[in-house]
Design a protein around this ligand. Structure first.
Ligand SMILES: [Zn+2]
Length: 504
């Protein structure tokens, strides 16, 4: 603690993230092996990626294109001249004894991405993006005192995206990570699957008294593989460092490992300096020169990116900011929404149904929008039925859930044109409504009978209602709905109830 009587020192965190993103190329970065995840160990290897002597790497052009694409999307300058370097270290998952990476001349530099912090837009600098090969994987499980090495991952193309130390809180770090993941997924250059390790993050974190310009001693945290852990690991580490300083201690520059089960970071090793790796230019690969013409072509091929889409959703569809944020967070979500609007859905209404019922259905079995069996035309058709008072919202939910759970007869038609698909889907919806008896009852005489019945059966509630408990209207509506199995037109029910109750 600070001296007695003196004001306690307030600390702030300084955070920079190094994000490793596996690129969605077909093959590895320097050989023709598949880079697909999840195959039998050591079935996707060749002399190049297991580091046999005498072989030569050849750069995968797609990997270079993906790195440039990403650089443009995060506002980087694309280097016309860059080169690969050898990063020397020994580890069992690195049979060559060095990793081919980029060092002093990376492919992209000086970029930024924007995140929303407390409602305001904040720019977070990106120092550089460089390409490198992934290492293999050591597996320390199974029977006996053995460790195994799987080299399927060796040579998988990676981008390392290094941020400036602009991040000031664990929450901001998560926002930055999420935004980066969204951009990578829009570009289709990385699937962003943190569980499978295709997006991984190391964090550099230090603390300093608020107002001090100089950085504190930084600690690197490795092994962070989910958004939740980014926040938790940083939160823990910031508290740990402040405690050390307050107790009069010193922070040691080191690499620490996040242990998610115990919720702590622990010392792994002293932090290496760049010179420990004895970087030198990779002699087996020529330096890279990238022509401006190609950069321009790649730029022209970029999809609409989330920031621009967000602005457009707000201005074109009049959506509130938080709705636009949610919809653009995944490209599939934004596309689904827009498709529904194009088919005539009212934008805010479509958005509300996506946020409500459709997200609920997806969440129940952990699916994302690109795996959603419901198509935009299903929702639009169902919304039209509500508009035309054929079914009510309750019935619509039942129909959507049924379509979601029994999509068989939708998928069989995958090769058909949209109008045909739409027609088939509409017939399917009509059938569900008929089979489940969900047609809305809009017959006033029929509903009035039920309303009268409810009123005569509940004299106590009527008394309470008359003495001012107006919220009991909900109770009466509920009773009518119960008797009509949820099929009564709610507007008519409300109107009739109000009329009858006011004359009681
Ligand atoms: Zn290979």
């Amino acid at each position: 603690m600070a001296q007695e009587g003196a004001k306690p020192v307030k600390y702030e965190a300084v955070i920079g993230l190094e994000v490793h993103a596996q690129m969605l190329t077909d093959s590895k970065i320097f050989c023709g092996c598949s880079r697909k995840f999840g195959s039998e160990p050591n079935t996707q290897t060749c002399p190049v990626c297991i580091g046999m002597p005498g072989v030569l790497p050849v750069l995968n052009k797609k990997a270079l294109e993906f790195a440039i694409k990403t650089g443009i999307a995060v506002n980087c300058k694309i280097s016309p001249y860059s080169r690969f370097a050898r990063k020397n270290y020994f580890y069992p998952d690195l049979p060559k004894g060095y990793q081919i990476s980029q060092y002093e001349l990376p492919i992209c530099e000086y970029g930024y991405i924007e995140i929303v912090v407390d409602g305001a837009i904040k720019k977070n600098g990106i120092t550089r993006i460089h390409m490198e090969e992934d290492a293999g994987k050591n597996i320390h499980e199974g029977a006996g005192n053995y460790s195994f090495v799987d080299l399927n991952r060796a040579g998988v193309p990676l981008m390392e995206i290094v941020s400036e130390p602009d991040i000031r809180s664990p929450r901001e770090a998560v926002e930055y990570m999420k935004k980066l993941r969204t951009i990578l997924r829009y570009l289709d250059v990385c699937d962003g699957n943190m569980e499978q390790g295709s997006l991984r993050c190391d964090a550099n974190v230090s603390v300093r008294p608020v107002g001090q310009k100089a950085f504190g001693v930084k600690v690197e945290i490795k092994n962070i593989n989910s958004f939740k852990f980014v926040e938790k690991a940083l939160d823990y580490e910031i508290r740990r460092q402040i405690k050390v300083l307050e107790d009069g201690g010193k922070i040691i520059q080191e690499t620490r490992l996040w242990d998610p089960t115990r919720g702590i970071t622990e010392s792994m090793r002293g932090k290496e300096e760049a010179h420990d790796y004895r970087y030198f230019p990779e002699p087996d690969l020529v330096p890279l020169t990238v022509e401006q013409k190609w950069i321009d072509e790649i730029k022209a091929s970029l999809p609409e990116l989330p920031d621009i889409k967000r602005q457009r959703f707000i201005s074109e569809y009049g959506l509130p900011e938080h709705d636009a944020d949610l919809l653009v967070s995944e490209k599939a979500l934004a596309d689904w929404f827009e498709e529904a609007v194009k088919l005539g859905g009212e934008p805010k209404l479509v958005c509300n149904w996506i946020k409500g019922e459709i997200m609920r259905l997806l969440n129940t079995d952990g699916k994302t929008m690109d795996e959603c069996p419901l198509k935009p035309y299903h929702l639009v058709y169902v919304l039209n039925l509500i508009r035309d008072a054929k079914i009510n919202a309750n019935a619509a939910k039942i129909v959507l859930e049924d379509m979601y759970k029994n999509p068989a007869d939708i998928h069989g038609y995958a090769i058909l044109e949209l109008p045909v698909l739409q027609m088939k889907a509409e017939a399917h919806v009509d059938l569900i409504i008929k089979e489940k008896g969900l047609v809305q009852v809009s017959d006033e005489v029929a509903i009035e009978k039920i309303v009268d019945e409810i009123i005569s059966k509940n004299p106590k509630e009527i008394e309470r209602f008359k003495s001012g408990e107006e919220k009991l209207i909900g109770f009466f509506v509920g009773q009518v709905m119960k008797l009509t199995k949820g099929k009564a037109n709610p507007q008519i029910v409300n109107e009739l109830l109000k009329k009858k109750l006011s004359t009681q």
